[in-house]
Write a protein that binds this ligand. Structure first.
Ligand code: ADP
Length: 485
Protein backbone atom coordinates (compact mmCIF):
# COMPACT_ATOMS: atom_id res chain seq x y z
CA UNK A 1 0.00 0.00 0.00
CA UNK A 2 1.24 3.51 -0.74
CA UNK A 3 2.13 5.88 1.99
CA UNK A 4 -0.73 8.27 2.72
CA UNK A 5 1.27 11.43 2.48
CA UNK A 6 -1.43 13.84 1.45
CA UNK A 7 -4.01 15.09 3.90
CA UNK A 8 -6.34 15.39 0.91
CA UNK A 9 -6.50 11.62 0.69
CA UNK A 10 -9.38 11.26 3.11
CA UNK A 11 -10.91 7.79 3.33
CA UNK A 12 -14.32 9.07 4.37
CA UNK A 13 -17.47 10.78 3.12
CA UNK A 14 -18.42 14.35 3.99
CA UNK A 15 -22.03 14.67 5.08
CA UNK A 16 -23.31 17.74 6.91
CA UNK A 17 -19.80 18.74 7.95
CA UNK A 18 -18.94 15.32 9.41
CA UNK A 19 -16.42 12.88 7.97
CA UNK A 20 -18.11 9.51 8.17
CA UNK A 21 -17.90 5.88 7.08
CA UNK A 22 -20.67 3.91 5.33
CA UNK A 23 -23.42 2.76 7.71
CA UNK A 24 -22.50 -0.83 6.92
CA UNK A 25 -18.77 -0.19 7.33
CA UNK A 26 -18.27 -1.51 3.77
CA UNK A 27 -15.51 -0.05 1.64
CA UNK A 28 -14.28 0.07 -1.96
CA UNK A 29 -10.63 -0.48 -2.83
CA UNK A 30 -8.94 2.21 -4.87
CA UNK A 31 -6.21 0.98 -7.23
CA UNK A 32 -3.23 2.79 -8.73
CA UNK A 33 -3.46 1.94 -12.46
CA UNK A 34 0.31 2.35 -12.93
CA UNK A 35 1.18 -0.35 -10.37
CA UNK A 36 -2.10 -2.28 -9.99
CA UNK A 37 -1.56 -1.87 -6.23
CA UNK A 38 -4.17 -0.75 -3.73
CA UNK A 39 -3.85 2.87 -2.66
CA UNK A 40 -6.51 2.76 0.05
CA UNK A 41 -10.25 2.48 0.51
CA UNK A 42 -13.30 4.74 0.51
CA UNK A 43 -16.74 4.13 2.04
CA UNK A 44 -19.21 2.07 0.03
CA UNK A 45 -22.17 4.27 0.84
CA UNK A 46 -25.68 3.66 -0.45
CA UNK A 47 -29.17 5.13 -0.35
CA UNK A 48 -29.34 5.96 3.35
CA UNK A 49 -26.12 8.01 3.38
CA UNK A 50 -27.14 9.74 0.15
CA UNK A 51 -30.49 10.67 1.67
CA UNK A 52 -28.72 12.25 4.64
CA UNK A 53 -26.38 14.16 2.32
CA UNK A 54 -29.36 15.49 0.34
CA UNK A 55 -31.17 16.52 3.52
CA UNK A 56 -28.02 18.28 4.76
CA UNK A 57 -27.68 20.11 1.43
CA UNK A 58 -31.35 21.11 1.57
CA UNK A 59 -31.01 22.45 5.13
CA UNK A 60 -27.83 24.35 4.17
CA UNK A 61 -29.55 25.79 1.10
CA UNK A 62 -32.01 27.74 3.24
CA UNK A 63 -29.22 29.98 4.54
CA UNK A 64 -26.67 29.64 1.73
CA UNK A 65 -29.15 30.99 -0.83
CA UNK A 66 -29.42 34.20 1.18
CA UNK A 67 -25.69 34.96 1.13
CA UNK A 68 -24.72 37.85 -1.10
CA UNK A 69 -23.07 37.27 -4.45
CA UNK A 70 -20.01 39.07 -3.11
CA UNK A 71 -19.75 36.75 -0.11
CA UNK A 72 -19.96 33.68 -2.34
CA UNK A 73 -17.49 35.20 -4.76
CA UNK A 74 -14.96 35.79 -1.97
CA UNK A 75 -15.24 32.21 -0.73
CA UNK A 76 -14.79 30.89 -4.26
CA UNK A 77 -11.72 33.06 -4.69
CA UNK A 78 -10.33 31.59 -1.47
CA UNK A 79 -11.09 28.13 -2.86
CA UNK A 80 -9.22 29.00 -6.05
CA UNK A 81 -6.20 30.10 -4.02
CA UNK A 82 -6.29 26.99 -1.85
CA UNK A 83 -6.35 24.76 -4.94
CA UNK A 84 -3.37 26.55 -6.48
CA UNK A 85 -1.46 26.57 -3.17
CA UNK A 86 -1.85 22.79 -3.18
CA UNK A 87 -1.41 22.15 -6.89
CA UNK A 88 1.46 19.70 -6.40
CA UNK A 89 -0.10 17.36 -3.79
CA UNK A 90 -3.48 17.48 -5.54
CA UNK A 91 -1.82 16.60 -8.85
CA UNK A 92 0.15 13.76 -7.27
CA UNK A 93 -3.03 12.35 -5.77
CA UNK A 94 -4.77 12.63 -9.14
CA UNK A 95 -1.97 10.83 -10.98
CA UNK A 96 -1.79 8.13 -8.33
CA UNK A 97 -5.45 7.17 -8.66
CA UNK A 98 -6.02 8.05 -12.32
CA UNK A 99 -2.72 7.33 -14.10
CA UNK A 100 -2.23 10.45 -16.26
CA UNK A 101 1.18 12.12 -16.34
CA UNK A 102 1.98 14.55 -13.55
CA UNK A 103 2.23 17.35 -16.13
CA UNK A 104 -1.34 16.65 -17.24
CA UNK A 105 -2.53 16.37 -13.63
CA UNK A 106 -0.99 19.73 -12.78
CA UNK A 107 -2.77 21.14 -15.81
CA UNK A 108 -6.05 19.64 -14.66
CA UNK A 109 -5.67 21.09 -11.17
CA UNK A 110 -4.84 24.49 -12.68
CA UNK A 111 -7.91 24.47 -14.91
CA UNK A 112 -10.03 23.33 -11.96
CA UNK A 113 -8.87 26.40 -10.07
CA UNK A 114 -9.45 28.55 -13.16
CA UNK A 115 -13.10 27.40 -13.40
CA UNK A 116 -13.60 28.28 -9.75
CA UNK A 117 -12.15 31.74 -10.32
CA UNK A 118 -14.26 32.23 -13.44
CA UNK A 119 -17.45 31.39 -11.56
CA UNK A 120 -16.34 33.53 -8.61
CA UNK A 121 -16.43 36.36 -11.13
CA UNK A 122 -19.67 35.24 -12.80
CA UNK A 123 -21.41 35.02 -9.39
CA UNK A 124 -21.56 38.82 -9.37
CA UNK A 125 -23.08 39.12 -12.82
CA UNK A 126 -26.24 37.01 -12.70
CA UNK A 127 -28.29 40.00 -13.70
CA UNK A 128 -32.07 40.07 -13.95
CA UNK A 129 -34.15 42.45 -16.07
CA UNK A 130 -36.72 45.19 -15.76
CA UNK A 131 -38.94 44.68 -18.81
CA UNK A 132 -40.97 47.53 -20.38
CA UNK A 133 -44.48 46.91 -19.14
CA UNK A 134 -47.56 46.87 -21.40
CA UNK A 135 -49.54 48.28 -18.43
CA UNK A 136 -49.21 51.78 -17.03
CA UNK A 137 -49.75 50.70 -13.43
CA UNK A 138 -47.65 47.56 -13.35
CA UNK A 139 -43.94 46.76 -13.50
CA UNK A 140 -42.31 43.60 -14.77
CA UNK A 141 -39.21 42.20 -13.10
CA UNK A 142 -37.31 39.12 -14.16
CA UNK A 143 -35.04 37.75 -11.44
CA UNK A 144 -32.74 34.75 -11.28
CA UNK A 145 -32.61 32.54 -8.24
CA UNK A 146 -30.49 29.54 -7.27
CA UNK A 147 -32.12 26.28 -8.34
CA UNK A 148 -31.55 24.45 -5.05
CA UNK A 149 -29.82 21.19 -4.18
CA UNK A 150 -27.63 20.03 -7.06
CA UNK A 151 -26.33 16.47 -7.42
CA UNK A 152 -23.06 16.18 -9.36
CA UNK A 153 -22.01 12.78 -10.71
CA UNK A 154 -18.55 12.69 -12.26
CA UNK A 155 -16.31 10.25 -14.17
CA UNK A 156 -12.79 8.95 -13.58
CA UNK A 157 -11.03 10.56 -16.57
CA UNK A 158 -11.02 14.12 -15.16
CA UNK A 159 -11.86 13.53 -11.51
CA UNK A 160 -11.05 17.09 -10.50
CA UNK A 161 -11.89 19.42 -13.39
CA UNK A 162 -15.27 17.81 -14.14
CA UNK A 163 -16.28 18.72 -10.60
CA UNK A 164 -14.98 22.26 -10.87
CA UNK A 165 -17.29 22.95 -13.81
CA UNK A 166 -20.24 21.78 -11.74
CA UNK A 167 -19.69 22.90 -8.17
CA UNK A 168 -18.06 26.16 -9.29
CA UNK A 169 -21.27 27.48 -10.91
CA UNK A 170 -23.51 25.73 -8.38
CA UNK A 171 -21.88 27.46 -5.40
CA UNK A 172 -21.60 30.75 -7.28
CA UNK A 173 -25.31 30.70 -8.04
CA UNK A 174 -26.20 29.97 -4.40
CA UNK A 175 -26.97 26.27 -4.78
CA UNK A 176 -25.72 23.53 -2.46
CA UNK A 177 -24.26 20.25 -3.66
CA UNK A 178 -24.08 16.51 -3.22
CA UNK A 179 -21.09 15.12 -5.09
CA UNK A 180 -20.68 11.52 -6.24
CA UNK A 181 -17.19 10.93 -7.66
CA UNK A 182 -16.36 7.87 -9.76
CA UNK A 183 -15.36 4.84 -7.69
CA UNK A 184 -12.06 4.43 -9.58
CA UNK A 185 -10.91 7.98 -8.67
CA UNK A 186 -12.74 9.06 -5.52
CA UNK A 187 -9.92 10.87 -3.71
CA UNK A 188 -9.78 13.84 -6.09
CA UNK A 189 -13.52 14.31 -5.49
CA UNK A 190 -13.19 13.93 -1.76
CA UNK A 191 -10.38 16.51 -1.90
CA UNK A 192 -12.97 19.08 -2.99
CA UNK A 193 -14.78 18.39 0.28
CA UNK A 194 -11.56 18.89 2.26
CA UNK A 195 -10.76 22.14 0.40
CA UNK A 196 -14.28 23.57 0.74
CA UNK A 197 -14.26 22.81 4.45
CA UNK A 198 -10.83 24.37 4.92
CA UNK A 199 -11.68 27.63 3.17
CA UNK A 200 -14.85 28.01 5.23
CA UNK A 201 -17.90 26.94 3.22
CA UNK A 202 -20.62 26.29 5.82
CA UNK A 203 -21.41 22.68 6.70
CA UNK A 204 -23.84 20.96 4.38
CA UNK A 205 -23.12 23.27 1.44
CA UNK A 206 -20.81 20.66 -0.13
CA UNK A 207 -21.31 16.96 0.63
CA UNK A 208 -19.37 14.06 -0.88
CA UNK A 209 -20.68 10.51 -1.09
CA UNK A 210 -18.77 7.56 -2.56
CA UNK A 211 -20.09 4.07 -3.17
CA UNK A 212 -22.64 2.13 -5.15
CA UNK A 213 -23.41 4.17 -8.27
CA UNK A 214 -26.80 2.54 -8.76
CA UNK A 215 -28.01 3.10 -5.20
CA UNK A 216 -26.66 6.65 -4.92
CA UNK A 217 -28.03 7.48 -8.39
CA UNK A 218 -31.47 6.08 -7.54
CA UNK A 219 -31.78 8.18 -4.39
CA UNK A 220 -30.60 11.29 -6.24
CA UNK A 221 -33.11 10.78 -9.07
CA UNK A 222 -36.08 9.88 -6.87
CA UNK A 223 -35.59 12.47 -4.12
CA UNK A 224 -37.73 15.57 -4.70
CA UNK A 225 -35.32 17.73 -2.67
CA UNK A 226 -32.75 17.41 -5.48
CA UNK A 227 -33.62 20.05 -8.06
CA UNK A 228 -30.91 19.41 -10.59
CA UNK A 229 -28.60 16.64 -11.74
CA UNK A 230 -25.38 17.48 -13.47
CA UNK A 231 -23.60 14.48 -14.94
CA UNK A 232 -20.48 13.77 -16.94
CA UNK A 233 -20.03 10.21 -18.18
CA UNK A 234 -21.25 7.71 -20.71
CA UNK A 235 -24.26 8.31 -22.93
CA UNK A 236 -25.68 5.02 -21.66
CA UNK A 237 -25.74 6.12 -18.01
CA UNK A 238 -26.77 9.66 -19.00
CA UNK A 239 -29.90 8.33 -20.70
CA UNK A 240 -30.70 6.27 -17.62
CA UNK A 241 -30.38 9.32 -15.38
CA UNK A 242 -32.55 11.48 -17.68
CA UNK A 243 -35.25 8.79 -17.64
CA UNK A 244 -35.10 8.37 -13.87
CA UNK A 245 -35.00 12.11 -13.20
CA UNK A 246 -38.22 12.47 -15.18
CA UNK A 247 -40.23 11.13 -12.23
CA UNK A 248 -39.52 14.33 -10.30
CA UNK A 249 -38.98 16.63 -13.33
CA UNK A 250 -35.47 17.71 -12.38
CA UNK A 251 -33.29 19.97 -14.43
CA UNK A 252 -30.49 17.97 -16.04
CA UNK A 253 -27.11 18.87 -17.53
CA UNK A 254 -25.43 16.06 -19.41
CA UNK A 255 -21.87 15.88 -20.70
CA UNK A 256 -21.91 12.54 -22.51
CA UNK A 257 -19.89 10.63 -25.05
CA UNK A 258 -18.17 11.95 -28.15
CA UNK A 259 -16.90 10.59 -31.45
CA UNK A 260 -14.68 13.47 -32.49
CA UNK A 261 -13.66 13.77 -36.15
CA UNK A 262 -10.31 15.38 -37.03
CA UNK A 263 -10.26 16.38 -40.70
CA UNK A 264 -7.04 17.28 -42.51
CA UNK A 265 -7.48 18.90 -45.92
CA UNK A 266 -4.90 18.92 -48.70
CA UNK A 267 -4.29 22.63 -48.14
CA UNK A 268 -3.52 22.25 -44.41
CA UNK A 269 -0.22 22.89 -42.67
CA UNK A 270 0.54 19.19 -42.12
CA UNK A 271 3.13 19.65 -39.37
CA UNK A 272 0.70 21.81 -37.42
CA UNK A 273 -2.03 19.22 -38.00
CA UNK A 274 0.22 16.45 -36.66
CA UNK A 275 1.05 18.51 -33.60
CA UNK A 276 -2.67 19.11 -32.99
CA UNK A 277 -3.44 15.46 -33.70
CA UNK A 278 -1.05 14.26 -31.01
CA UNK A 279 -2.71 16.33 -28.31
CA UNK A 280 -6.24 15.71 -29.60
CA UNK A 281 -5.60 11.96 -29.66
CA UNK A 282 -3.24 11.02 -26.85
CA UNK A 283 -4.11 13.42 -24.05
CA UNK A 284 -4.99 11.35 -20.99
CA UNK A 285 -4.02 8.27 -23.06
CA UNK A 286 -6.95 8.91 -25.37
CA UNK A 287 -9.42 8.78 -22.50
CA UNK A 288 -11.29 12.04 -22.92
CA UNK A 289 -14.69 12.66 -24.46
CA UNK A 290 -13.14 15.26 -26.79
CA UNK A 291 -10.29 13.00 -27.95
CA UNK A 292 -10.18 12.37 -31.68
CA UNK A 293 -11.93 9.12 -32.47
CA UNK A 294 -11.65 9.32 -36.26
CA UNK A 295 -9.01 11.02 -38.39
CA UNK A 296 -10.01 11.92 -41.94
CA UNK A 297 -7.13 12.82 -44.26
CA UNK A 298 -7.67 14.04 -47.82
CA UNK A 299 -6.15 11.85 -50.53
CA UNK A 300 -3.45 14.34 -51.60
CA UNK A 301 -1.80 14.39 -48.17
CA UNK A 302 -3.01 11.04 -46.79
CA UNK A 303 0.33 9.19 -46.92
CA UNK A 304 2.33 12.13 -45.61
CA UNK A 305 -0.09 12.68 -42.71
CA UNK A 306 -0.12 8.99 -41.73
CA UNK A 307 3.65 8.78 -41.87
CA UNK A 308 4.21 11.90 -39.78
CA UNK A 309 1.47 10.99 -37.30
CA UNK A 310 2.95 7.51 -36.87
CA UNK A 311 6.45 8.91 -36.30
CA UNK A 312 5.19 11.39 -33.70
CA UNK A 313 3.06 8.72 -32.01
CA UNK A 314 5.99 6.33 -31.83
CA UNK A 315 8.07 9.04 -30.18
CA UNK A 316 5.72 9.46 -27.20
CA UNK A 317 7.20 8.35 -23.90
CA UNK A 318 4.92 5.84 -22.20
CA UNK A 319 5.40 5.30 -18.48
CA UNK A 320 4.07 5.74 -14.95
CA UNK A 321 2.51 9.18 -14.60
CA UNK A 322 4.71 10.17 -11.66
CA UNK A 323 7.91 9.43 -13.61
CA UNK A 324 9.77 12.41 -15.06
CA UNK A 325 9.22 12.85 -18.80
CA UNK A 326 6.20 10.56 -19.11
CA UNK A 327 3.83 11.68 -21.86
CA UNK A 328 1.36 8.81 -21.81
CA UNK A 329 0.34 6.94 -18.66
CA UNK A 330 -1.53 3.64 -18.35
CA UNK A 331 -5.18 3.16 -19.27
CA UNK A 332 -7.57 3.19 -16.33
CA UNK A 333 -7.90 -0.61 -16.08
CA UNK A 334 -7.63 -3.89 -17.95
CA UNK A 335 -11.18 -3.66 -19.27
CA UNK A 336 -10.20 -0.50 -21.12
CA UNK A 337 -7.21 -2.31 -22.65
CA UNK A 338 -9.39 -5.22 -23.75
CA UNK A 339 -11.78 -2.82 -25.50
CA UNK A 340 -8.87 -1.21 -27.36
CA UNK A 341 -7.56 -4.65 -28.39
CA UNK A 342 -11.01 -5.65 -29.67
CA UNK A 343 -11.29 -2.51 -31.78
CA UNK A 344 -7.83 -3.05 -33.27
CA UNK A 345 -8.60 -6.72 -34.09
CA UNK A 346 -11.86 -5.65 -35.72
CA UNK A 347 -10.02 -3.08 -37.85
CA UNK A 348 -7.29 -5.52 -38.88
CA UNK A 349 -9.88 -8.16 -39.80
CA UNK A 350 -11.54 -5.58 -42.06
CA UNK A 351 -8.33 -4.62 -43.86
CA UNK A 352 -6.83 -1.93 -41.59
CA UNK A 353 -3.04 -1.69 -41.36
CA UNK A 354 -1.29 -1.09 -38.05
CA UNK A 355 1.42 1.45 -38.91
CA UNK A 356 2.76 1.78 -35.38
CA UNK A 357 1.87 0.30 -31.98
CA UNK A 358 -1.08 -2.05 -31.82
CA UNK A 359 -0.11 -4.00 -28.71
CA UNK A 360 0.07 -3.86 -24.95
CA UNK A 361 3.18 -1.97 -23.92
CA UNK A 362 6.25 -3.81 -22.66
CA UNK A 363 5.69 -2.16 -19.26
CA UNK A 364 2.75 -4.55 -18.74
CA UNK A 365 -0.35 -3.78 -16.66
CA UNK A 366 -2.70 -1.45 -18.49
CA UNK A 367 -0.01 0.36 -20.47
CA UNK A 368 -0.68 0.40 -24.21
CA UNK A 369 1.39 1.47 -27.21
CA UNK A 370 0.33 4.62 -29.07
CA UNK A 371 -1.23 3.17 -32.21
CA UNK A 372 -1.93 4.42 -35.72
CA UNK A 373 -4.12 2.46 -38.14
CA UNK A 374 -4.12 3.29 -41.84
CA UNK A 375 -6.82 2.25 -44.26
CA UNK A 376 -9.68 2.85 -41.82
CA UNK A 377 -13.13 2.15 -43.30
CA UNK A 378 -16.65 3.15 -42.27
CA UNK A 379 -17.59 -0.46 -41.49
CA UNK A 380 -14.97 -0.64 -38.73
CA UNK A 381 -16.27 -0.37 -35.16
CA UNK A 382 -14.50 2.87 -34.31
CA UNK A 383 -16.59 4.68 -36.92
CA UNK A 384 -19.46 4.45 -34.40
CA UNK A 385 -17.90 3.54 -31.05
CA UNK A 386 -15.86 5.61 -28.65
CA UNK A 387 -12.32 4.18 -28.49
CA UNK A 388 -11.26 5.80 -25.21
CA UNK A 389 -7.68 4.71 -25.77
CA UNK A 390 -4.48 5.63 -27.66
CA UNK A 391 -5.56 4.42 -31.10
CA UNK A 392 -5.66 6.69 -34.15
CA UNK A 393 -7.57 5.30 -37.15
CA UNK A 394 -7.05 7.32 -40.31
CA UNK A 395 -9.78 7.35 -43.01
CA UNK A 396 -9.17 8.59 -46.56
CA UNK A 397 -11.54 11.04 -48.28
CA UNK A 398 -11.75 12.89 -51.60
CA UNK A 399 -14.04 15.90 -51.28
CA UNK A 400 -15.06 18.46 -48.68
CA UNK A 401 -18.71 17.31 -48.86
CA UNK A 402 -17.66 13.72 -48.25
CA UNK A 403 -15.56 14.73 -45.24
CA UNK A 404 -18.45 16.66 -43.67
CA UNK A 405 -20.87 13.79 -44.31
CA UNK A 406 -18.50 11.22 -42.79
CA UNK A 407 -17.78 13.45 -39.80
CA UNK A 408 -21.51 13.93 -39.12
CA UNK A 409 -22.36 10.24 -39.57
CA UNK A 410 -22.66 9.55 -35.84
CA UNK A 411 -25.24 10.04 -33.12
CA UNK A 412 -22.65 12.04 -31.16
CA UNK A 413 -21.89 15.75 -31.49
CA UNK A 414 -19.34 16.96 -28.95
CA UNK A 415 -15.93 18.13 -30.25
CA UNK A 416 -14.67 18.26 -33.83
CA UNK A 417 -11.47 19.49 -35.42
CA UNK A 418 -10.30 20.40 -38.90
CA UNK A 419 -7.18 21.78 -40.53
CA UNK A 420 -7.18 23.99 -43.61
CA UNK A 421 -5.60 27.21 -44.81
CA UNK A 422 -8.58 28.21 -46.98
CA UNK A 423 -10.87 30.86 -45.50
CA UNK A 424 -13.95 29.90 -47.50
CA UNK A 425 -13.53 26.26 -46.57
CA UNK A 426 -13.08 27.25 -42.92
CA UNK A 427 -16.52 28.87 -42.91
CA UNK A 428 -18.26 26.13 -44.92
CA UNK A 429 -16.89 23.26 -42.86
CA UNK A 430 -17.39 25.03 -39.54
CA UNK A 431 -21.05 25.59 -40.46
CA UNK A 432 -21.44 22.07 -41.84
CA UNK A 433 -20.24 20.23 -38.75
CA UNK A 434 -23.10 19.24 -36.43
CA UNK A 435 -21.06 19.56 -33.25
CA UNK A 436 -21.14 21.64 -30.07
CA UNK A 437 -17.46 22.56 -30.42
CA UNK A 438 -15.16 23.06 -33.39
CA UNK A 439 -11.38 23.50 -33.34
CA UNK A 440 -10.04 25.08 -36.54
CA UNK A 441 -6.30 24.49 -36.86
CA UNK A 442 -6.30 23.74 -33.11
CA UNK A 443 -6.34 20.38 -31.33
CA UNK A 444 -6.99 21.51 -27.77
CA UNK A 445 -9.69 24.13 -27.29
CA UNK A 446 -11.08 23.75 -23.76
CA UNK A 447 -10.93 26.95 -21.73
CA UNK A 448 -13.01 28.34 -18.87
CA UNK A 449 -14.15 31.36 -20.91
CA UNK A 450 -15.89 29.24 -23.57
CA UNK A 451 -19.05 27.10 -23.39
CA UNK A 452 -18.12 23.40 -23.39
CA UNK A 453 -20.83 20.95 -24.42
CA UNK A 454 -22.41 18.84 -27.10
CA UNK A 455 -25.42 18.43 -29.34
CA UNK A 456 -27.31 15.27 -30.36
CA UNK A 457 -26.60 12.37 -27.98
CA UNK A 458 -23.50 14.10 -26.60
CA UNK A 459 -25.56 16.00 -24.10
CA UNK A 460 -27.54 18.92 -22.80
CA UNK A 461 -26.32 22.20 -21.34
CA UNK A 462 -23.00 24.01 -21.39
CA UNK A 463 -20.17 24.19 -18.86
CA UNK A 464 -17.89 27.23 -18.67
CA UNK A 465 -18.41 30.53 -20.47
CA UNK A 466 -21.09 32.92 -19.25
CA UNK A 467 -23.57 30.15 -20.15
CA UNK A 468 -22.10 27.82 -17.50
CA UNK A 469 -24.03 29.31 -14.59
CA UNK A 470 -27.42 29.47 -16.36
CA UNK A 471 -28.38 25.88 -15.58
CA UNK A 472 -27.99 26.56 -11.86
CA UNK A 473 -30.40 29.50 -11.87
CA UNK A 474 -34.18 29.57 -12.18
CA UNK A 475 -35.89 32.47 -13.89
CA UNK A 476 -38.66 34.18 -11.93
CA UNK A 477 -41.10 36.66 -13.45
CA UNK A 478 -42.57 39.15 -10.98
CA UNK A 479 -45.47 41.43 -11.91
CA UNK A 480 -46.00 44.31 -9.51
CA UNK A 481 -49.44 45.86 -9.95
CA UNK A 482 -51.63 48.57 -8.46
CA UNK A 483 -48.88 51.14 -8.75
CA UNK A 484 -51.09 53.95 -10.02
CA UNK A 485 -50.42 55.95 -13.14
P1 ADP B 1 -17.36 5.96 -17.66
O1 ADP B 1 -17.49 5.32 -18.99
O2 ADP B 1 -16.64 7.25 -17.64
O3 ADP B 1 -16.97 5.01 -16.55
P2 ADP B 1 -19.98 5.99 -16.52
O4 ADP B 1 -21.14 6.66 -17.16
O5 ADP B 1 -20.02 4.51 -16.35
O6 ADP B 1 -18.77 6.48 -17.39
O7 ADP B 1 -19.66 6.64 -15.12
C1 ADP B 1 -19.68 8.01 -14.86
C2 ADP B 1 -20.18 8.24 -13.46
O8 ADP B 1 -21.52 7.77 -13.37
C3 ADP B 1 -19.40 7.51 -12.39
O9 ADP B 1 -19.37 8.32 -11.22
C4 ADP B 1 -20.24 6.27 -12.16
O10 ADP B 1 -20.03 5.71 -10.88
C5 ADP B 1 -21.64 6.87 -12.29
N1 ADP B 1 -22.69 5.90 -12.59
C6 ADP B 1 -22.59 4.74 -13.26
N2 ADP B 1 -23.79 4.10 -13.29
C7 ADP B 1 -24.67 4.90 -12.64
C8 ADP B 1 -26.08 4.82 -12.33
N3 ADP B 1 -26.81 3.78 -12.70
N4 ADP B 1 -26.62 5.85 -11.64
C9 ADP B 1 -25.88 6.90 -11.25
N5 ADP B 1 -24.58 7.03 -11.50
C10 ADP B 1 -23.97 6.06 -12.19
Amino acid sequence: MLQKTSHFMREANLIDGEWIQADSGATIDVINPATSLKIGTVPRSGRAETLRAIEAADAAFRTWRKTSALERSKLLRALHDAIMDNQQPLAELLTTEQGKSLTESKGEIAISAAYVLWFAEEARRTYGQVVPSPWRDRRILVTREPTGVVAAITPWNFPSSMLSRKIGPALAAGCTAVIKPASQTPYSGIAWGVLCEEVGFPKGVVNVVTGSAGEIGDEICANPLVKKITFTGSTEVGKLLIAKAASTVKKVSMELGGNAPFIVFDDADIDRAVEGAIIAKYRNSGQTCVCTNRFFAQEGIYDEFVEKLAAASKGLKVGPGLEEGTQQGPLIDDKAVEKVEELISDAVAKGGKVVTGGRRHALGGSFFEPTVIAGAKPEMRFMKEEIFGPVAPVFRFKTEEEAIALANDTEFGLASYFYTSDLGRTMRVMEGLKYGMVGVNEGLITTVEAPFGGVKESGLGREGGHQGIDDYLDTKYVCIGGLGV
